[in-house]
Write a protein that binds this ligand. Structure first.
Ligand code: 5GP
Ligand code: ZN
Length: 117
C-alpha cells in the first residue's frame, strides 16, 4: 500500500466507494465524476504508479486486470453492445491518480475517431 494513495485507501476499505465488482486481483467502483452513463474504474489491488511502471513481475496481475474488464462489464450490465476502455499514463496522458487504473466507459455510443480534447 502506497502512502497517501486514494485508490490504495479505497482498496483497503479506508475510503468509501461505490463498488461494482471485486476479485482477488482488482476492485471496480464508480468514478466520482462520471464522464459517461457508465464510468467504472478497474483498479488492481497492488499499487503500481502507472502502466509505465509495470515490469515482467507484473505479468500475471496485468493479465488478470485485463481479464477482469469483461467480468466488470457483465456485473454492471447493459454493455452488451460494447464499451470503451481507457488507461491514462503520466501527466501528459492526463493521469491524475498515480495508481494504475482502467476506465470502463459505456452506456452511450463513442465516435470511431476516438480522441477528442
Ligand atoms: P485519471 O485521470 O488518473 O486517469 O483518472 C482518475 C479518475 O479517478 C478520475 O476520473 C476521477 O474522477 C476519479 N477519482 C478521483 N478521486 C476519486 C475518488 O475518491 N473516488 C472515486 N470513485 N473516483 C475518484
Ligand atoms: Zn495506490
Amino acid at each position: 500500500m502506497a502512502e497517501n494513495c486514494i485508490f490504495c485507501r479505497i482498496v483497503a476499505g479506508e475510503l468509501p466507494a461505490s463498488m461494482v465488482y471485486e476479485d482477488e486481483t482488482v476492485v471496480a467502483f464508480k468514478d466520482i465524476r462520471p464522464q459517461a452513463p457508465v464510468h467504472v474504474l478497474v483498479v488492481p489491488r497492488e499499487h503500481v504508479d502507472s502502466i509505465a511502471h509495470l515490469d515482467d513481475s507484473h505479468a500475471e496481475m496485468a493479465g488478470k486486470t485485463i481479464l477482469a474488464v469483461e467480468k466488470v462489464a457483465r456485473a454492471v450490465g447493459g454493455l452488451e453492445e460494447g464499451y470503451r476502455v481507457i488507461i491514462n499514463c503520466g501527466e501528459a496522458g492526463g493521469q491524475t491518480v498515480p495508481h494504475l487504473h482502467l476506465h470502463l466507459l459505456g452506456g452511450r455510443r463513442f465516435s470511431e475517431g476516438m480522441v477528442r480534447d
